[in-house]
Design a protein around this ligand. Structure first.
Ligand SMILES: Cc1cc2nc3c(=O)[nH]c(=O)nc-3n(C[C@H](O)[C@H](O)[C@H](O)COP(=O)(O)O)c2cc1C
Length: 197
């Protein structure tokens, strides 16, 4: 669904089947209110399951939070090409399977292909990797991604901002990720600074 006109900055948001799908939903909700940005959403099959298991959202509810939604199987859609201009991509949360796929260049679905394209075009790729504990395979794949230029941002809890709820923690994690794209989220507490309004 195209809600906004085309002069917006485009951000590809991938949601894969790791735990913490609520982080991806929170990010879409924040970006929906940001008139400078346009979200291009691709949801993996695994994520369809985690949305059902971990949230009260239906798949359609989540899709409605994005400006444009892609079918994961449509590997020829616009985000599969580097000529489609974007500011980059966030995969939130990112499963170890998706990490492995990107690390190997094994782009057999549109989310993986979009990540591959983001890297090859030298655009910003932020992967919110989530698994615990991490095996040596997971760690090696994440190292490959970091070496290829991706930013690995696991959804780590921070304490300096004194969160009092899970919502506080989630919002801080999402704000920290959006900060990588120069997107300011109200209430984000930076160390040594006043709270942004
Ligand atoms: C409720 C639930 C939670 C899961 N949590 C994780 C997780 O935190 N990290 C992970 O790497 N995989 C997790 N998985 C497994 C992935 O969903 C599975 O490996 C899937 O094939 C990933 O495919 P995708 O990356 O294409 O979504 C979870 C699965 C379910 C059903």
């Amino acid at each position: 669904m195209d809600n906004k006109i085309n002069s917006k900055k485009r951000l590809i948001v991938g949601i894969s089947g790791a735990s913490g799908v609520t982080l991806g939903i929170n990010m879409l909700k924040i970006l929906m209110k940001n008139l400078e940005w346009e979200t291009h959403l691709v949801i993996s099959r695994g994520a369809e399951l985690t949305i059902a298991k971990e949230t009260d959202y239906t798949l359609d509810d989540v899709k409605k939070l994005a400006d444009k939604v892609y079918n994961i199987n449509n590997i020829g859609d616009s985000i599969a090409s580097g000529t489609f201009k974007t500011e980059g991509m966030v995969i939130i949360p990112c499963s170890m399977k998706t990490v492995a796929g990107i690390a190997c260049g094994y782009s057999d679905n549109l989310l993986l292909r979009a990540a591959d394209v983001t890297l090859k075009e030298g655009r910003k790729l932020v992967v919110v990797t989530r698994e615990s504990p991490l095996s040596i395979i997971h760690l090696k794949n994440m190292l490959s991604l970091a070496e290829a230029g991706a930013m690995i941002v696991p959804p780590m809890v921070t304490y300096y901002n004194k969160p009092i709820s899970i919502e506080d923690m989630n919002r801080h994690i999402v704000a920290k990720i959006l900060d990588k794209f120069g997107i300011e989220v109200s209430g984000f507490k930076r160390w040594g600074e006043e709270i942004s309004k």
